[in-house]
Design a protein around this ligand. Structure first.
Ligand code: NAD
Ligand code: GLY
Length: 362
């Protein structure tokens, strides 16, 4: 078993990575967040595949399990789903020490985490991520929330999990398109922090796509370690944690403008990283060779590197709702080189337009 530890002033926790870990969820949760009751939150797709063995393991460890299955997908990451969670928790009389366990991708994890952060002013929270994206990114670091029509994740809270349990075998049922979304976040980590990971992903692209057991565990462990390190340096995003948003200002605008769930989050991040890197080149902050290598790596994995985008006026308007906007200025996370990032709020509209034009189809 591989484990990564996060040490924070108020919340330290372990992230365990092991094949078959879902079948041991009960004893692990009992060790980290013991109580008579717990809630298992999932979505309908993941629930049909993995809720039964997870529930059995929790019951075997003595938990009375309350279940809520949300509708799947980004378009359901909204206030109505959060309300369903609160109603379910209240009906089953979850108490202040009853853990909420998220079994699913980032959508389930972000919403179950927000409900856990706010129900009875906060209950313990356990993440069992089932997409690569959730394993390497969203299950670690305590960002929770949901979308509103004005923008992505605009309502949210920081609420660190008590424990993260990653069972990589569940990736075998994940659709290829969703696997790519997780790979996009791994490429992001490589660009912002670890040139060696960038090279390693290039060399192991085929094994990653084929879900080679050892390569996948290494991919998850390396990426969780990067994420954990960043979160330990800056838990509440006052500084370097913002680097994790590389590509996200463009990505969130694409997702909001296309309609949530049309362009998947990871697909938007891949496009957003290209747009941001192109903007950085245009502003004279980085060499075009970086844009070329990023484009080649994304192409090796089979990402679309362009998409049909609506008018850039709409997109720039969407960018203004981004959480990173300060005093009405759009803050962009821009690469200067592999492993070196800068944050700028003074890019000219023509640099931003060059970014959009780079990923615009046709
Ligand atoms: P998702 O949760 O919608 O999952 C993608 C799809 O895969 C869903 O339809 C789901 O039902 C299905 N699925 C999940 N696991 C499966 C499995 N093992 N087998 C078969 N199907 C499976 O999407 P996601 O990509 O995991 O997460 C995206 C969300 O994460 C976005 O809302 C984004 O904002 C959020 N996010 C949050 C953070 C954070 O730090 N909190 C970081 C990155 C992304
Ligand atoms: N995914 C961005 C963050 O966790 O800060």
């Amino acid at each position: 078993m591989a484990s990564v530890h996060i040490e924070l002033p108020q919340n330290s926790y372990a992230i365990h990575i092991e094949a078959g870990l879902l079948g041991l969820a009960g004893e692990r949760v009992r060790g980290g967040a013991p109580h008579a009751r717990c809630a298992l939150v999932s979505d309908q797709t993941v629930s049909a595949l993995y809720a039964q063995p997870t529930t059995a393991s929790l019951e075997q460890a003595g938990f009375q399990v309350s279940r809520v299955d949300l509708d799947s997908g980004e378009s359901n990451k909204n206030a109505a789903s959060i309300e369903r969670l609160y109603r379910g928790f209240l009906e089953d009389r979850l108490e202040r020490s009853s853990p909420v366990i998220a079994l699913g991708g980032g959508v389930v994890g972000d919403m179950a985490g927000f409900a856990a952060a706010t129900y009875r002013r906060g209950v313990p929270f356990v993440q069992c991520p089932t997409t690569l994206l959730a394993m390497v990114d969203s299950s670690v670091g305590g960002k929770t929330g949901f979308n509103v029509p004005e923008g992505k994740n605009l309502i949210g809270a920081f609420h660190q999990p008590a424990l993260v349990l990653i069972d990589p075998t569940v990736l075998r049922t994940l659709p290829d398109r969703e696997l790519l979304c997780g790979i996009a976040e791994c490429v992001k980590h490589a660009v912002i922090r670890e040139p060696e990971l960038f090279e390693w992903m290039k060399k192991n692209a085929q094994s990653i796509l084929e879900l080679d057991d050892a390569v996948i565990v290494e991919l998850i462990e390396r990426n969780v370690s990067i994420k954990a390190q960043v979160v330990m340096e800056d838990e509440k995003e006052h500084g370097v944690r913002a680097h994790l948003n590389f590509g996200h200002t463009f990505a969130h605008a694409i997702e909001a403008t296309a309609g949530y769930g049309k362009v998947l989050h990871g697909e938007a991040v891949a496009l957003g990283m290209l747009a941001a890197t192109r903007a950085s080149v245009e502003a004279g902050l980085c060499d075009v060779a970086l844009l070329d290598s990023l484009e080649r790596l994304l192409d090796t994995f089979g990402f679309e590197t362009a998409c049909a985008l609506p008018d850039d006026v709409i997109l720039e308007k969407a960018m203004r709702h981004d959480k990173k906007v300060i005093d009405d200025r759009v803050r962009l996370i821009l690469p200067e080189a592999l492993g070196r990032i800068t944050i700028r709020d003074d890019l000219s509209p023509s640099c931003i337009r060059a970014g959009w034009n780079h990923i615009r189809q046709g």
